[in-house]
Design a protein around this ligand. Sequence first.
Ligand SMILES: O=C(O)c1ccccc1N[C@@H]1O[C@H](COP(=O)(O)O)[C@@H](O)[C@H]1O
Length: 209
Amino acid sequence: MRTRVKICGITRAQDGQAAAQAGADAIGLVFYASSPRYVEPQQAAAICAALPPFVSVVGLFVNAPRKQVEAVLQQVPIDLLQFHGNETADQCEGFGRPYIKAIGMKDGVDVAAQVQAHPNAGGFLLDAWQPDIHGGGGVAFDWTQVPATGERPVILAGGLAPDNVEQAIRQTRPWAVDVSSGVEQDKGIKSVQKIEAFIRGVVRGDTMQ
Ligand SMILES: O=C(O)c1ccccc1N[C@@H]1O[C@H](COP(=O)(O)O)[C@@H](O)[C@H]1O
């Protein structure tokens, strides 16, 4: 099975196009105002309009008020919601859209409990837990902690980059990988070369040895 790729934190139409050209399956748009990758809904809609067909758009929220999510959904053609805070299943399910739930990986985290708490999540994005920020920090966690989640898809994230994604995939065999800062040239600005190198790393990771 081929590992899917999401390039997160797209803020410019040309970066979304570059991700699609390089072979990304999805792009992520960050609607969390404290992030350097925050996009206004109007700009997000322009990014989506410039994408070719068959590239999914993921909208990322962190403990957002319901009204904010609703307002974004009215303006931006989002395929999948990503909840990266402490949202409950009821909150996540309340928009009638498919969603994935992020889990902050740290010592003692009860992944099984969180998986159980979100029976209708389409997958679980495992990201390094950090005390001060909710994600996008370029920090990897210990991949030996990636649990067996049965049939529930795992999206591996946190500190992935062109030079470690091959090993990450070989070691954890996730459904998908998600990267943000590891393919940037500047905060919020993607590097075409790094995106291409990242996807080459994914392809190598998928190659049987
Ligand atoms: O990208 C952000 O700024 C962000 C802000 C708040 C929550 C999540 C965020 N991004 C997600 O974090 C992972 C890991 O990022 P990185 O690759 O370590 O920089 C990323 O895949 C996004 O889904």
